[in-house]
Design a protein around this ligand. Structure first.
Ligand code: PXL
Length: 279
């Protein structure tokens, strides 16, 4: 069985980060090892959330794993709570990485043109440095702009996307995949490039006109869970994009709290069925 280490926070209530990655990647038939960066009462879209930072636990936990000789097929990082945690993540890549370990980074820090409450430009730049160590990065347009000093645009054309990809490629990651890219009215998807071969990764599906918290974490979890099992990149990103769209559609039937999270529990069986067709 493949084994993924995911490094991100536990938001106890509200669906995101580890409470999405763990059930989804496990349901995909991949062991999911967690390294929690912090424990929050809720994710940061709620008012007055509590945070217990776990930075001081990261090294002792990983030292113990090292002593047990553990290996990972992939390391997937998401929301990292602080600059220090970015530095520790780099060291974890060095210690547990290698040719057989895929480094997959979702540089979670911003959306819709704005940084999340906990972050500033210095953090964005450090995250750009972390992305340079990756095999695959999956930023959204906002995150890409903050990491490359590019003006954020709500509306853009393909040239703008190619410009962003070019700047992201210079950070050093091997494959750079922008998420939430709309190239035509009513469509959304991914636009990426393999910086080594120049091959493009493009997929567009129908845009569901609703925005929910945690959908980026769903997309990233499904993509890394598929890629680590040997599913080709284009297929993996299609599966992830389609599953995310389907889950948003199902959630719209219960539209009360868009900031709370999506009903992925309802759609997991479909994801499992989809994967069977690739095995
Ligand atoms: O979904 C990304 C995410 C993860 N973890 C925490 C967050 C967010 C986005 O706001 O607040 C704590």
């Amino acid at each position: 069985m493949k084994r993924i280490l995911t490094i991100q926070d536990i938001s106890c209530l509200g669906k995101c980060s580890i409470t999405i990655a763990l059930p989804i990647i496990s349901a995909m038939g991949v062991e999911t090892v967690i390294l929690p960066t912090a424990v929050l009462s809720t994710h940061t879209m709620f008012d007055n959330f509590t945070v217990k930072d776990l930075t001081d636990q990261l090294v002792p936990i990983t030292e113990h794993w090292k002593s047990q000789g553990v290996k990972f097929d992939a390391i997937y990082t998401g929301y990292l709570g602080s600059e220090e945690e970015i530095e520790i993540a780099k060291k974890i890549f060095e210690e547990f990485g290698g040719d057989d370990t895929l480094i997959f980074i979702d540089p979670v820090m911003a959306d819709n043109g704005k940084l999340y409450p906990a972050f500033d430009m210095k953090y964005a730049k450090l995250n750009a440095g972390l992305c340079g160590k990756a095999d695959i990065i999956v930023p959204n347009v906002t995150e890409a702009c903050f990491m490359t000093d590019t003006e954020y645009r709500e509306e853009y054309d393909e040239a703008y996307v190619l410009g962003l990809l070019d700047k992201l490629s210079k950070l050093g990651a091997k494959k750079v995949v922008l998420t939430g890219i709309s190239l035509a009215e009513g469509k959304t998807g991914v636009y990426g490039i393999d910086t080594v071969t120049g091959e493009k990764i493009i997929y567009q599906n129908d845009k569901v006109e609703a925005s929910y918290h945690g959908t980026g974490d769903i997309f990233a979890s499904v993509a890394v869970g598929a890629i680590v099992q040997g599913i080709p990149l284009n297929d993996a990103f299609k599966i992830a994009a389609d599953y995310t769209a389907e889950t948003i559609k199902v959630t719209i039937e219960n539209p009360k709290q868009p900031w709370y999270g999506v009903d992925f529990e309802t759609t997991i069986p479909k994801l499992v069925d989809t994967l069977k067709t690739y095995k």
